[in-house]
Write a protein that binds this ligand. Structure first.
Ligand SMILES: *Cc1c(COP(=O)(O)O)cnc(C)c1O
Length: 423
């Protein structure tokens, strides 16, 4: 076959966009060359339905070894007793958990999407809100922190089977022990979805959910800086509390319930090329070099939050413990949508985001979400965070001035030129 220059020219164009822009989308990162190499390897050719040593296809000796290494490294990284590295994405990991432990129509209690939660935690447009009966808790209006009293009140009144904690736009620590204590009062399971802060949790910079939550899911491509994918973990194996039985009438252990919920429950063949890339990313995350990186991500986020506050921006909860922050633009007289568009013209990529108690629709929103994981991978530090906030502030206060935006774009180009991405 002839080389498909149409697509490869577009990939070059995307590389150029990534190289020349300021990437502040909190869920994105830049993987290492070796992670990309594995993701683009011959392993994409292999079918391997099942688990290492228990496959439905021949020729799996090599991929078995690779998948076992991925599992062992993930266990070591998070101190987990059991891991499944096959979920194709974070959404797939959550789908498998819910399929495994719930029956259709069961109640689930999650963090409200409009307050920073995730679609897969019960949104009516997602499988989680269609197949199960969703209930929500949110943040408190006065301080932007999780309303744990409300969580407990709803849990005791409604008795959901699953309580989900974790978020896509919440910048603070979670009280996993408290959530577990509520769940124990009603016999519910707790799922912690650590898709965003996984890298901090792995390195001990944020509280560890594994000792408290029955099940933990994560993506592998956000702060963890691996390939696009998902994973499910448990701190220990235990009997399914809802009494799912094997065909022989034995109680199924949770590991087997979850393994089967991934395959054959929700997926077919695992992506062994991506699992190899996950193994490499876990190996990288086990290093001291990654510890230095993730500490810098946190320091950068704190420097950035401080700079925004100094310029009069409202940050939900007033600051950040992790890599991201949600900025309320209501006092700046610009919508999230207009801010995202103006910033894009200056090569600064963020996403518009609802803020808690937002009066605007999800398509317009009153806020933006920014994160420091990707820019830190390029080598930017606290000093550059202040420069970035200054550039963002200039864009947002001159959003309709095309000439000014073009000028900021030049400054963005020269700022990132000092931090080449893929040399
Ligand atoms: C990103 C994210 C997901 C979904 O991950 P995908 O890989 O995009 O499916 C799930 N839960 C949370 C909390 C997330 O932030």
């Amino acid at each position: 076959m002839e080389r498909d220059t149409l697509i490869f020219d577009l990939i070059d164009k995307e590389l150029d966009r990534q190289e020349h822009g300021l990437e502040l989308i909190a869920s994105e990162n830049f993987v290492s060359r070796q992670v990309m190499e594995a993701a683009g390897s011959v392993l994409t050719n292999k079918y391997a339905e099942g688990l290492p040593g228990k496959r439905y296809y021949g020729g799996c000796e090599v991929v078995d070894t690779i998948e076992n290494i991925a599992i062992e490294r993930a266990k070591k990284l998070f101190g987990a007793a059991w891991v499944n590295v096959q979920p194709h994405s974070g959404a797939q990991a959550n789908a498998a958990v819910m399929l495994g432990v719930l029956q259709a129509g069961d109640k689930i209690l999650g963090f409200d999407l409009a307050h920073g939660g995730h679609l897969t935690h019960g949104s009516p447009v997602n499988f989680s809100g269609k197949l199960y009966q969703p209930l929500f808790y949110g943040v408190k209006k006065e301080d932007g922190l999780i309303d744990y009293a409300k969580l407990e009140e709803v849990a005791l009144a409604e008795r959901p089977k699953l309580i989900i904690c974790g978020a896509s736009a919440y910048s603070r620590e979670w009280d996993y022990a408290f959530i577990r204590s509520v769940a124990d009062k009603i016999g519910a399971l707790v799922l912690a979805d650590i898709s965003h802060p996984a890298g901090f949790i792995a390195k001990g910079l944020l509280a560890d959910p594994l000792p408290h939550c029955h099940i933990v899911t994560t993506t592998t491509h956000k702060t963890l800086r691996g390939p696009r994918g998902g994973m499910i973990m448990m701190g220990r194996d235990f009997e399914n509390p809802f009494g799912l039985k094997t065909p022989k009438g034995e109680t199924r252990m949770m590991s087997s319930v979850l393994d089967m919920a991934v395959f054959p429950g929700t997926q077919g063949g695992p992506l062994e090329h991506i699992i190899a890339a996950k193994a490499i990313a876990f190996g990288e995350a086990l290093s001291d070099e990654y510890l230095v990186y993730i500490k810098q991500v946190q320091a950068n986020a704190q420097a950035m939050a401080k700079a925004f506050v100094a310029k009069g921006y409202g940050i939900i909860s007033g600051g950040t413990d992790n890599h991201l922050m949600l900025i309320d633009l209501r006092n700046k007289n610009i919508t999230g949508k207009a801010a995202e568009n103006a910033l894009e013209k200056a090569d600064i990529t963020v996403n518009k985001n609802m803020v808690p108690f937002d009066d605007k629709s999800p398509f317009v929103t009153s806020g933006i979400r920014v994160g420091t994981a990707a820019v830190t991978s390029r080598g930017l530090k606290e000093k550059e965070m202040e420069q970035i906030v200054d550039l963002i502030d200039q864009v947002l206060t001159n959003a309709d001035d095309e000439a000014h935006l073009a000028e900021i774009k030049k400054q963005v180009t020269s700022l990132v030129a000092g931090f080449p991405l893929y040399k």
